[in-house]
Structures are given as C-alpha cells and as structure tokens.
Write a protein that binds this ligand. Structure first.
Ligand SMILES: NC(=O)C1=CN([C@@H]2O[C@H](COP(=O)(O)OP(=O)(O)OC[C@H]3O[C@@H](n4cnc5c(N)ncnc54)[C@H](O)[C@@H]3O)[C@@H](O)[C@H]2O)C=CC1
Ligand SMILES: O=C1O[C@H](COP(=O)(O)O)[C@@H](O)[C@H](O)[C@H]1O
Length: 257
C-alpha cells in the first residue's frame, strides 16, 4: 500500500494499538475529532466524521481506510450511535467511494452478535471445552443499540461493496485489553484481542486481497466462541497471543501482549 492510509478514531484505544505496532509501515493520515495529545506519525486531521466535506478533504489521495471513529460504549444511547456510528460510518464510506479508495476496513464489534450468548449457552460457551463457533456467516443478533449500529455499519459496507466496488472487511473486534486478558471475566478472556494481535490483524486487512468479508478479531484464545479461521484463510492472520497463557495479572508466556 503506497498511498496514505486514513485512520479514523486514531486517538482512541484501537487506533493506538494499531499505531503501536505498525506506525512505521505506512504513510498515515490520522483523523479524530479530538486534537493530538503527543507525537504521532504522519498528518493529523481534526475533523468530525459526520461532516462530509471535512472527511472528503481528508480522503484525497488515500488508498485505504481503517474506520474506527465512533461511540464505542455498549450502553450508548440511540442519539449518539445514530449520529456517530451510523451516519458517521455512512459518511466515511461515501467519501471513500467518491475519492476512489480501494480498501475499507470497518471496526465492527462482538456486540453485533451478542444475543447468541443465550442464558442456555452461558457461561459454558465461554469455556474451552465448548464447541460453538460463530464464523461471520451468521446473521447479526445485537444485544444493544450500539450493536445495532455496528451491524448497520457492516450492512453499509455490503452496499458500498456491491454497488460501488469498494473492497470491505468488517472486523468484529472482541475485547481489546493491553498487557493481559481481562481478569475474572470469562467472556472477556474468550474474546480477548491483544494489542500486538490487533496491530497485526489490521496490517493484514491492509495487505490482503478480498471482496467483502466479516471476520472476528480475537487472539488465538483456548477459550473461544468466535472462529478465526476466516481471518487466517482470507487475511493471513497469524495471532501470537492466547488468554490461556495468563493467570490473573501474571504473564506466563510471550512478550508484550
Ligand atoms: N476497544 C474495544 O475493545 C472494541 C472497539 N470496537 C470498535 O472500535 C472502534 C474504536 O474503539 P475504541 O478505540 O475502543 O474507542 P475510543 O473511544 O477509545 O476511540 C474512538 C475515537 O473516535 C473518536 N470519535 C468518536 N466520534 C467521532 C466523530 N464523530 N468524529 C471523529 N472522531 C470521533 C474519539 O475522539 C476517539 O478518539 C469503535 O468503533 C468501537 O466500536 C469494537 C469492539 C471492541
Ligand atoms: O464493542 C466493544 O466491545 C468491548 C468488549 O465488550 P464488553 O461487553 O466485554 O465490555 C468493549 O469493551 C468496548 O468498549 C466496545 O466498544
């Protein structure tokens, strides 16, 4: 990817995890409505993703987009997810198509499919003996309006792929936690995504060839109810971390997760 990569929501947790791993590998154009707080690679654009003109200007000459900006709160109210996550995503997709961008990586969420975690299945489905694997072919089953907004972002991607030839990969991110998996939280351990696996996964999203994909973004945890086979097969994802290698806050194996 020789052309700049536009990273929306660059100042947030996922953006910082990505830049922490692959800052030197691309020419970045970072976009966030918050101004930068420290050093950053590339150009930094302070803009709101609901403003088409601002986003279109930031999109000029861009080869790929990683779209993270939005309200990440599972409890976010409809007014916020409608504006930031649905209208915002639509605006970024639209500007990408208008600017002739090739690849679009959309930050979806486990909350788009949270209702598969039924009372009958939990907590057993969070444990490593359980065989259920969601693989991205299942229909969305959101547990909250935030999840509805993420599922809508995936459907917007389907539309912009089918009608406007944009290559789109939607990453249903699990639980990104720095340094170690969530403690005393089986669900979070099953869907843990380490910082280095996060950076590697988004790197693969920028380098691989695909049409329209939905993949799960978790580390190679022994406990898992999301399949990472599609991410491995289509993107070449090769995760290094596994929540089973940690006990509490103690790291048992592997550096800098
Ligand atoms: N952190 C996690 O474990 C997960 C995150 N995600 C998704 O990944 C994305 C990033 O999440 P985080 O980094 O955790 O959130 P965050 O809140 O740390 O970062 C989001 C960034 O987007 C910016 N932003 C929000 N609304 C904006 C707008 N209208 N215009 C411009 N910038 C705006 C914020 O200023 C912030 O810097 C979100 O879309 C979230 O839904 C999905 C699943 C799990
Ligand atoms: O989509 C998201 O999911 C993660 C994990 O969900 P949780 O229910 O285990 O907290 C969440 O931490 C993050 O804020 C959200 O954007």
């Amino acid at each position: 990817m020789d052309d700049p990569v536009l990273l929306t929501g660059a100042s947030g947790r996922v953006g910082q995890a990505i830049l922490g791993g692959i800052a030197d590998d691309y020419e970045w154009r970072l976009l966030d409505r918050e101004p930068p707080t420290g050093d950053h690679p590339g150009e930094y654009v302070v803009a709101d993703i609901t403003d088409y003109d601002e986003v279109r200007a930031a999109m000029e000459g861009v080869g790929a987009v990683i779209h993270l900006a939005g309200d990440p709160r599972p409890e976010a109210p409809w007014s916020s997810v409608l504006e930031n996550n649905i209208d915002g995503a639509k605006t970024v997709y639209e500007a990408a198509v208008d600017a002739g961008v090739e690849k679009f990586v959309f930050a979806s969420s486990n909350h788009a499919v949270g209702a598969y975690e039924t009372d009958e299945r939990t907590p057993e489905m969070y444990r490593d003996h359980h065989e259920l694997r969601l693989d991205g072919t299942e229909l969305p089953r959101p547990t909250n309006l935030y999840g509805v907004s993420k599922a809508t972002g995936e459907v917007l991607g389907r539309y912009y792929h089918d009608e406007h030839d944009l290559d789109v990969v939607c990453v249903r991110i699990g639980n990104l936690t720095e340094g170690h998996p969530p403690i005393d939280y089986e669900r979070g351990q099953a869907m843990w995504l380490s910082y280095r696996d996060c950076a590697h996964l988004f790197d693969r999203c920028l380098r691989a060839d695909y049409d329209y994909e939905i993949v799960y973004g978790i580390s190679d945890n022994d406990r898992k109810y999301y399949s990472i086979d599609r991410a491995k097969d289509v993107l070449g994802y090769d995760p290094q971390d596994n929540s089973a290698h940690f006990e509490g806050e103690e790291r048992v194996h592997g550096p800098e997760a």
